[in-house]
Design a protein around this ligand. Structure first.
Ligand SMILES: [Fe+2]
Ligand SMILES: [Fe+2]
Length: 285
Protein backbone atom coordinates (compact mmCIF):
# COMPACT_ATOMS: atom_id res chain seq x y z
CA UNK A 1 0.00 0.00 0.00
CA UNK A 2 1.48 3.38 -0.96
CA UNK A 3 0.55 6.76 0.52
CA UNK A 4 -2.10 7.47 -2.08
CA UNK A 5 -3.76 4.11 -1.51
CA UNK A 6 -3.62 4.64 2.21
CA UNK A 7 -5.42 7.99 2.05
CA UNK A 8 -7.94 6.56 -0.40
CA UNK A 9 -8.67 3.84 2.11
CA UNK A 10 -9.00 6.46 4.82
CA UNK A 11 -11.43 8.44 2.66
CA UNK A 12 -13.56 5.37 2.15
CA UNK A 13 -14.02 4.52 5.80
CA UNK A 14 -17.71 5.19 6.30
CA UNK A 15 -17.60 6.00 10.00
CA UNK A 16 -14.45 8.11 10.05
CA UNK A 17 -15.24 10.88 12.52
CA UNK A 18 -16.66 13.96 10.95
CA UNK A 19 -16.42 17.18 12.83
CA UNK A 20 -19.41 17.90 15.02
CA UNK A 21 -21.61 20.43 13.22
CA UNK A 22 -21.21 22.96 16.02
CA UNK A 23 -17.44 23.12 15.30
CA UNK A 24 -18.00 23.61 11.57
CA UNK A 25 -20.53 26.36 12.18
CA UNK A 26 -18.47 28.13 14.83
CA UNK A 27 -15.33 27.89 12.68
CA UNK A 28 -17.13 29.41 9.71
CA UNK A 29 -18.64 32.17 11.80
CA UNK A 30 -15.29 33.20 13.13
CA UNK A 31 -13.78 33.51 9.69
CA UNK A 32 -16.52 35.97 8.89
CA UNK A 33 -15.84 39.45 10.22
CA UNK A 34 -19.52 40.24 10.31
CA UNK A 35 -20.31 37.56 12.86
CA UNK A 36 -21.97 39.12 15.84
CA UNK A 37 -21.61 37.98 19.42
CA UNK A 38 -25.34 37.36 19.35
CA UNK A 39 -25.15 34.90 16.45
CA UNK A 40 -22.20 33.05 17.88
CA UNK A 41 -23.90 32.79 21.25
CA UNK A 42 -27.08 31.50 19.65
CA UNK A 43 -25.19 28.74 17.85
CA UNK A 44 -23.37 27.57 20.94
CA UNK A 45 -26.53 27.72 23.02
CA UNK A 46 -28.16 25.11 20.82
CA UNK A 47 -25.98 22.60 22.64
CA UNK A 48 -26.69 23.00 26.33
CA UNK A 49 -24.12 20.51 27.55
CA UNK A 50 -21.54 22.46 25.55
CA UNK A 51 -22.65 25.66 27.25
CA UNK A 52 -22.24 24.09 30.69
CA UNK A 53 -18.82 22.77 29.82
CA UNK A 54 -17.59 26.04 28.29
CA UNK A 55 -18.77 28.02 31.31
CA UNK A 56 -16.99 25.62 33.63
CA UNK A 57 -13.86 25.97 31.56
CA UNK A 58 -13.85 29.76 31.35
CA UNK A 59 -14.52 30.01 35.07
CA UNK A 60 -11.77 27.56 35.99
CA UNK A 61 -8.31 28.60 37.07
CA UNK A 62 -7.28 27.72 33.53
CA UNK A 63 -8.15 31.19 32.29
CA UNK A 64 -7.44 32.86 35.59
CA UNK A 65 -10.29 35.28 35.27
CA UNK A 66 -11.39 36.84 38.53
CA UNK A 67 -15.04 37.71 38.21
CA UNK A 68 -17.57 35.04 37.39
CA UNK A 69 -18.54 34.61 33.73
CA UNK A 70 -22.23 33.87 33.62
CA UNK A 71 -23.07 33.17 30.01
CA UNK A 72 -21.59 32.60 26.56
CA UNK A 73 -21.93 36.16 25.32
CA UNK A 74 -20.18 37.38 28.47
CA UNK A 75 -17.41 34.82 27.81
CA UNK A 76 -17.00 36.08 24.24
CA UNK A 77 -16.75 39.70 25.41
CA UNK A 78 -14.26 38.92 28.16
CA UNK A 79 -12.13 36.25 26.51
CA UNK A 80 -12.57 37.00 22.83
CA UNK A 81 -13.95 35.08 19.86
CA UNK A 82 -10.84 33.03 19.34
CA UNK A 83 -10.63 31.70 22.88
CA UNK A 84 -14.28 30.68 22.89
CA UNK A 85 -13.93 29.06 19.47
CA UNK A 86 -10.92 27.07 20.64
CA UNK A 87 -12.74 25.97 23.77
CA UNK A 88 -15.63 24.68 21.64
CA UNK A 89 -13.21 22.88 19.31
CA UNK A 90 -11.27 21.27 22.17
CA UNK A 91 -14.35 20.08 24.03
CA UNK A 92 -15.99 18.72 20.84
CA UNK A 93 -12.97 16.84 19.56
CA UNK A 94 -12.31 15.10 22.85
CA UNK A 95 -15.99 14.22 23.05
CA UNK A 96 -15.98 12.83 19.49
CA UNK A 97 -12.96 10.64 20.05
CA UNK A 98 -13.50 9.60 23.62
CA UNK A 99 -14.61 6.08 22.72
CA UNK A 100 -13.63 2.84 24.32
CA UNK A 101 -10.15 1.47 23.87
CA UNK A 102 -10.01 -0.39 20.60
CA UNK A 103 -6.76 -2.20 21.05
CA UNK A 104 -5.17 -3.39 24.21
CA UNK A 105 -1.85 -1.62 23.96
CA UNK A 106 -3.31 1.80 23.41
CA UNK A 107 -5.45 3.48 26.01
CA UNK A 108 -7.58 6.36 24.78
CA UNK A 109 -7.38 8.08 28.15
CA UNK A 110 -3.58 7.91 28.16
CA UNK A 111 -3.60 9.30 24.66
CA UNK A 112 -5.67 12.32 25.72
CA UNK A 113 -3.54 12.87 28.80
CA UNK A 114 -0.47 13.14 26.59
CA UNK A 115 -2.30 15.40 24.12
CA UNK A 116 -3.59 17.71 26.86
CA UNK A 117 -0.09 17.87 28.35
CA UNK A 118 1.32 18.94 24.98
CA UNK A 119 -1.55 21.41 24.53
CA UNK A 120 -0.96 23.09 27.91
CA UNK A 121 2.81 23.14 27.38
CA UNK A 122 2.46 24.59 23.85
CA UNK A 123 0.23 27.30 25.24
CA UNK A 124 2.75 28.05 27.98
CA UNK A 125 5.62 28.28 25.48
CA UNK A 126 3.61 30.62 23.27
CA UNK A 127 2.72 32.81 26.24
CA UNK A 128 6.33 33.02 27.36
CA UNK A 129 7.95 33.61 24.00
CA UNK A 130 5.10 35.70 22.58
CA UNK A 131 5.80 34.08 19.24
CA UNK A 132 2.31 32.89 18.54
CA UNK A 133 -1.27 32.85 19.76
CA UNK A 134 -1.35 30.75 22.96
CA UNK A 135 -4.91 29.61 22.26
CA UNK A 136 -4.10 28.43 18.74
CA UNK A 137 -1.02 26.61 20.01
CA UNK A 138 -3.21 24.88 22.60
CA UNK A 139 -5.48 23.40 19.91
CA UNK A 140 -2.53 22.37 17.71
CA UNK A 141 -0.95 20.65 20.70
CA UNK A 142 -4.19 18.94 21.55
CA UNK A 143 -4.51 17.49 18.06
CA UNK A 144 -0.87 16.83 17.20
CA UNK A 145 -1.06 13.03 17.59
CA UNK A 146 -4.65 12.59 16.36
CA UNK A 147 -3.27 10.39 13.54
CA UNK A 148 -2.41 7.75 16.15
CA UNK A 149 -6.02 7.63 17.23
CA UNK A 150 -7.11 7.19 13.61
CA UNK A 151 -4.61 4.37 13.19
CA UNK A 152 -5.69 2.64 16.38
CA UNK A 153 -9.36 2.81 15.47
CA UNK A 154 -9.33 2.13 11.75
CA UNK A 155 -6.07 0.32 11.05
CA UNK A 156 -5.97 -1.71 14.24
CA UNK A 157 -3.96 -4.63 12.85
CA UNK A 158 -1.17 -2.45 11.50
CA UNK A 159 -1.25 -0.28 14.60
CA UNK A 160 -0.73 -3.30 16.88
CA UNK A 161 2.22 -4.40 14.77
CA UNK A 162 3.81 -0.98 15.12
CA UNK A 163 3.39 -1.14 18.90
CA UNK A 164 4.85 -4.62 19.00
CA UNK A 165 7.88 -3.29 17.20
CA UNK A 166 8.10 -0.30 19.58
CA UNK A 167 8.36 -2.73 22.50
CA UNK A 168 10.46 -5.47 20.89
CA UNK A 169 12.85 -3.39 18.83
CA UNK A 170 13.06 -0.55 21.31
CA UNK A 171 12.07 2.08 18.75
CA UNK A 172 10.02 5.23 19.04
CA UNK A 173 6.53 5.04 17.55
CA UNK A 174 7.59 7.45 14.81
CA UNK A 175 10.55 5.24 13.85
CA UNK A 176 8.63 2.00 14.10
CA UNK A 177 5.68 3.07 11.96
CA UNK A 178 8.04 3.71 9.04
CA UNK A 179 8.46 -0.06 8.73
CA UNK A 180 4.76 -0.81 8.51
CA UNK A 181 3.01 2.19 7.01
CA UNK A 182 3.42 4.32 3.88
CA UNK A 183 2.61 7.46 5.88
CA UNK A 184 3.24 8.45 9.49
CA UNK A 185 0.74 9.46 12.17
CA UNK A 186 1.72 13.12 11.78
CA UNK A 187 0.78 13.10 8.09
CA UNK A 188 -2.47 11.29 8.86
CA UNK A 189 -3.38 13.94 11.45
CA UNK A 190 -2.54 16.67 8.95
CA UNK A 191 -4.67 15.01 6.30
CA UNK A 192 -7.66 14.71 8.60
CA UNK A 193 -7.52 18.25 9.97
CA UNK A 194 -7.13 19.61 6.44
CA UNK A 195 -10.27 17.74 5.49
CA UNK A 196 -11.94 19.32 8.48
CA UNK A 197 -10.91 22.72 7.06
CA UNK A 198 -8.84 23.75 10.02
CA UNK A 199 -6.45 26.69 9.57
CA UNK A 200 -3.26 25.94 7.61
CA UNK A 201 -1.08 26.78 10.62
CA UNK A 202 -2.73 24.01 12.63
CA UNK A 203 -2.57 21.50 9.78
CA UNK A 204 1.14 22.20 9.27
CA UNK A 205 2.00 22.07 12.97
CA UNK A 206 0.47 18.61 13.13
CA UNK A 207 1.97 17.34 9.88
CA UNK A 208 5.50 18.37 10.85
CA UNK A 209 5.48 17.89 14.61
CA UNK A 210 8.26 15.30 14.42
CA UNK A 211 10.23 16.93 11.67
CA UNK A 212 9.78 20.65 11.62
CA UNK A 213 9.93 22.48 8.33
CA UNK A 214 10.81 26.05 7.67
CA UNK A 215 8.44 26.51 4.75
CA UNK A 216 5.20 26.14 6.68
CA UNK A 217 2.40 28.62 7.08
CA UNK A 218 3.24 29.33 10.70
CA UNK A 219 6.73 28.28 11.67
CA UNK A 220 6.41 29.52 15.25
CA UNK A 221 3.34 27.43 15.94
CA UNK A 222 5.14 24.37 14.57
CA UNK A 223 8.10 25.07 16.83
CA UNK A 224 5.90 25.49 19.91
CA UNK A 225 4.14 22.16 19.36
CA UNK A 226 7.32 20.28 18.46
CA UNK A 227 9.15 21.64 21.52
CA UNK A 228 6.22 21.00 23.84
CA UNK A 229 5.93 17.41 22.60
CA UNK A 230 9.62 16.82 23.28
CA UNK A 231 9.41 18.37 26.73
CA UNK A 232 6.36 16.33 27.69
CA UNK A 233 7.97 13.14 26.43
CA UNK A 234 11.12 13.86 28.35
CA UNK A 235 9.24 14.50 31.58
CA UNK A 236 6.74 11.68 31.38
CA UNK A 237 6.97 7.97 30.78
CA UNK A 238 9.03 7.51 27.67
CA UNK A 239 7.70 4.02 27.02
CA UNK A 240 4.75 5.64 25.29
CA UNK A 241 7.10 5.66 22.40
CA UNK A 242 7.95 9.05 21.08
CA UNK A 243 11.49 9.40 22.32
CA UNK A 244 12.83 12.05 24.65
CA UNK A 245 14.34 15.47 24.68
CA UNK A 246 17.19 14.38 22.47
CA UNK A 247 14.93 14.53 19.47
CA UNK A 248 14.43 18.25 19.79
CA UNK A 249 15.20 19.99 16.53
CA UNK A 250 18.20 22.37 16.82
CA UNK A 251 16.25 25.24 15.22
CA UNK A 252 13.43 24.78 17.74
CA UNK A 253 15.94 24.60 20.56
CA UNK A 254 17.54 27.82 19.43
CA UNK A 255 14.31 29.73 19.24
CA UNK A 256 13.11 28.47 22.64
CA UNK A 257 16.54 28.38 24.23
CA UNK A 258 15.64 30.09 27.48
CA UNK A 259 12.55 27.92 28.02
CA UNK A 260 14.48 24.77 27.14
CA UNK A 261 17.36 25.58 29.47
CA UNK A 262 15.10 26.45 32.39
CA UNK A 263 12.56 23.67 31.78
CA UNK A 264 13.14 21.87 35.08
CA UNK A 265 12.33 25.10 36.92
CA UNK A 266 8.99 25.85 35.25
CA UNK A 267 7.70 22.46 34.21
CA UNK A 268 6.45 21.43 37.70
CA UNK A 269 4.03 24.39 37.66
CA UNK A 270 2.88 23.56 34.16
CA UNK A 271 2.45 19.94 35.27
CA UNK A 272 -0.05 21.11 37.90
CA UNK A 273 -1.91 23.01 35.21
CA UNK A 274 -1.88 19.88 33.03
CA UNK A 275 -3.43 17.88 35.83
CA UNK A 276 -6.30 20.31 36.26
CA UNK A 277 -6.82 20.49 32.49
CA UNK A 278 -7.01 16.66 32.38
CA UNK A 279 -9.55 16.74 35.20
CA UNK A 280 -11.60 19.23 33.33
CA UNK A 281 -11.50 17.68 29.87
CA UNK A 282 -11.56 13.99 30.75
CA UNK A 283 -14.04 13.83 33.58
CA UNK A 284 -17.67 13.22 32.74
CA UNK A 285 -20.02 16.12 33.27
FE1 LIG B 1 3.68 12.27 17.42
FE1 LIG C 1 3.15 13.41 20.96
Amino acid sequence: MDAQEFFKKLDNIPDIPTLPSIVITVNKMLQDYDTSIKNLTKTIEKDQSMVTKILRLVNSSFYGFRSRIKNISHAVIVLGFNTVRNAVVSVSIIRTFAGEDICEVFKTEEFWKHSIAVAVTSRYLAEQTRLDSPEDCFVSGLLHDIGKLVLSQYFTGLFSEVWKSVKEDNLSFYEAEKNFLPVNHAQIGGYLTKKWQFPAALVDSITYHHKIRRAVSDFDQSIAVHTADNIVNAFTDDSKGEGGFLRLDPVAKKSMLYQVETVSEWFPDVATEIESACDFFLKED
